[in-house]
Design a protein around this ligand. Structure first.
Ligand SMILES: Nc1nc2c(ncn2[C@@H]2O[C@H](COP(=O)(O)OP(=O)(O)O)[C@@H](O)[C@H]2O)c(=O)[nH]1
Ligand SMILES: [Mg+2]
Length: 375
């Protein structure tokens, strides 16, 4: 190597090239640390781990993401596509699916620990299979897992090594789907001695650059920044709200028997109105920290505004004072199947379709999906 070409030191948490010049830019480390050590974290990753502080960052531009995919495809990489089972509609992304169509994909449904234990893994795998087929993905295998609870990791790792034999493994997916956590969990199972873990966080955009983790001389796992999801509550709401809506433990389904002209107020951030149809059982899957209230539709606007004004509900967003600050979506469903209506980043409501008319409210910019039920 040319003597004035030095390999840049990079943060092992987020992959940013380290620098000692500007504290506000990515990859900053104080100069003394930079000179003393070879393996180190940038100041941001260090703080994130030690005091759970975080500076907002520019989202990853999707162009970069697709360039990265193309390069990996050119090298015959194996793709581990990580989707968040709790935030499925956001993380099973149409653009990613399209870009992956010609590649071998191993699909990981992660954060399984957030779904009720009573749901069987087989059911989830069946669901993932159906959706992957509908998206024309060449899925070689589907795993259901959890990085926080290490579900199935011991069985998955050898399979992954077989699939990845002499190929690099790229771990891809949308931002916050759980890629870095999953790699960290693998590292813990694979070789216990490492104390260098990749940075993870409930706030989007922790992994800034591709991080290479060599498993042996031939194979590396690559952690990637992930595709930013522009229409998710996680990217659109304040930190206080995110803290309440991101579940950390198993989500307890909440069942409401509703008559038409009744509403559910979901924190100070969302609402469902049951406009017409016959009595229906709605099961809500949102973080246990989100407070939910049932009311009559005719009182819903007033109640919603009052609960926010007197801080009698949570979470509350600075941006939402009344129902006028939310977008409304009208959905008329068919008959027979069980369906989910999901808010990207928040969760979903599940019910049996019987020609009901539903109005769903969400913060501006948050997308709503209506699909066949997951569980
Ligand atoms: N409950 C639960 N949370 C998870 C799991 N995996 C990741 N997370 C959380 O999801 C958030 C995003 O994870 P991260 O690994 O940074 O996602 P990445 O952007 O895809 O790398 C963090 O708050 C993680 O703690 C999991 O298996 N279960
Ligand atoms: Mg990451």
């Amino acid at each position: 190597m040319n003597e004035n070409v030095k390999k840049a030191k990079r943060c092992y948490g987020c992959g940013a090239a380290l620098q000692t010049v500007d504290e506000k830019l990515e990859g900053y480390v104080p100069e003394n640390l930079f000179n003393e050590r070879d393996v180190l974290l940038c100041q941001r990753c260090f703080k994130l781990r030690n005091y759970s502080e975080d500076t907002p960052l520019e989202p990853v531009i999707s162009e970069d993401f697709f360039k990265l995919l193309e390069q990996a495809q050119a090298s015959n990489a194996l793709f581990v596509y990580v989707v968040d089972l709790f935030n499925f509609e956001a993380s099973f992304n149409r653009e990613i699916n399209k870009a992956l169509q010609k590649s071998d994909v191993i699909l990981f449904g992660t954060k399984r620990d957030l779904l009720p234990k009573s749901v069987k893994d087989e059911k989830l795998i069946e669901f993932l299979k159906e959706r992957a087929e509908a998206a024309s993905l060449k899925v070689r295998e589907i795993f259901v897992t959890s990085a926080t609870k290490n579900f199935n990791l011991k069985e998955i790792l050898p399979r992954l090594q077989d699939y990845g034999f002499k190929r690099n493994i790229y771990v891809i997916g949308s931002v916050s789907s759980g890629k870095s956590s999953l790699i960290n969990a693998f590292l813990k199972v694979y070789k216990n001695e490492t104390s260098h873990y990749i940075t993870t966080s409930i706030y989007p955009n922790t992994t800034l650059k591709v991080i290479e983790i060599p498993l042996d001389e031939k194979i590396s796992i690559f952690d990637t920044p992930g595709l930013a999801i522009s229409n998710s509550m996680l990217g659109l709401m304040e930190r206080e709200v995110i803290r309440d809506i991101v579940p950390r433990t198993e989500v307890k389904p909440r069942v409401y028997q509703l008559l038409p002209q009744q509403s559910l107020l979901i924190g100070g951030i969302a609402r469902i109105d049951f406009l017409s149809g016959s009595r229906t059982s709605f099961t809500l899957y949102v973080s246990n920290d989100v407070k939910v209230l049932r009311t009559q539709l005719r009182w819903a606007n007033q109640t919603f505004a009052n609960l926010i004004k007197f801080k009698k509900i949570r979470p509350i967003s600075e941006k939402i004072k009344s129902i006028a600050d939310l977008d409304a979506f009208d959905i008329t469903v068919g008959e027979g199947q069980k369906c989910d209506i999901s808010w990207t980043g928040l969760g979903w409501v599940s019910f049996k379709e019987n020609n009901q008319k539903i109005r769903v409210y969400a913060p501006q910019g948050v997308s709503i999906a209506h699909n066949k039920s997951k569980i």
